[in-house]
Design a protein around this ligand. Sequence first.
Ligand SMILES: Cc1ncc(COP(=O)(O)O)c(C=O)c1O
Length: 439
Amino acid sequence: MSTVVDFPLSNRATRYIEQLSGYEKAIKRVNQDAFHEQINPDGIVNIGVAENILMCDVMTQKMKEIYDQHPIQAEDLNYTDFSGSIHFKTAVADMMGKFVFKVEEKLNPQHFVTFNGAGTIIEQSVCMFCDPGDAVLIPAPMYLAFERDIIKRFGCVLIPVFMPYDKSSNIFVLDMDIVEETLNKARSDGIRVKCFLLTTPSNPLGDIHTEEEIKNLIDFCAKEQLHLISDEVYALSIFDKNQKFTSAAQIVFKDKELNLDYKHVHIIYSLSKDFSLNGFRVGILYSRNEKLIASMRSISPFQSVSRHTQALLTHLLSDHTFIEDYVSENERRLATAYKNVTDILNSYNINYVNAKAGVLLWIDLSEQIKKKMKKQVITGEDEVKFFELMLNDAKVYIPCGDFFKCHHEPGWFRICFTARKSEFMQFAFEKVFKWLSSE
Ligand SMILES: Cc1ncc(COP(=O)(O)O)c(C=O)c1O
């Protein structure tokens, strides 16, 4: 008779296996039972994950040309600077300066670090700012994976700064008084707050913070000795022509006559969203803080971008004419996809926050929850229950506000309008409303 011998893993591994957030549990289910027209037609229809397939044809064609014109070299098989080769970082610096920061100055490539994704950059930079137990302030609703990035591995604390919903203007407001109150409350609870993480354009709101708001935050963080991380991964996806995106870096450059060195302002960017390159795994950090850059370089061997990928993307990022055309075509397609999805939402009388940028839409299902739960007023628990029912019974995945720490305003959900064709979005909402009208 054979005996089963257990070879225990660390407590950390047990924690990683057992302590999953609501979002992680849900996405595990979605991946195990994903809808496929032929193979799994009764599977879960996913309209919640942030991807942009709208430009895959253009990007695939461009990458094919680069592969053809620049065959792999022997040197691509070797190691390079793990934080990014100088060629790659120079191409990154030139592209970022021209398109994202929109500044005249030539940027120093040594102020950049590239890792395998913005998620990694967030996790690693927060771990450089915070010891375990130190906290990061983040406006809520917030990108749902910040919880994973900030808490999971390094035990830092995430404190939401609740943004109230202003019904009359249909926006979630970043109120500096609430920022200050939240900071003071954390401090009086004995928590050391080390940074503020802003996302502009916002995930999940699709909103853009104004130059004035960002400037106020830069000054506030300087006064309060906080690092300001500005996550700008949707910077080149501004589809509302009346809107202007301002990078925190642009403000820093503008103010240089003040002779401030702005060592507390750090910009995060990614090729995942604006360039439809999620699978390539490229995240970018820009900072003038030498200590941060040195610490990130020191851990770079654990998460570098493959050298061959760097070589290919050096060609891509150096082709500014292509990027210019690509960005305007992407923004045109985003505007069309946004119009299509809002037509669908309007046809079902679903309220939403008007998005201006990015690939996401923040929708209000509170009326549908009230009907389903037969209640006048709903709570956060009702929202989560509704989410689970929609996943189990309607077989549609639309992540709920709880995952985004939107605990002060129950009933909101997030969809991504660029991960699938608009007919697929129509199909998903038909499934939801068929389920809602059943019973
Ligand atoms: C705001 C925000 N930051 C970071 C990321 C992570 O991007 P990456 O694919 O580069 O890790 C995402 C992805 O959805 C995001 O929406």
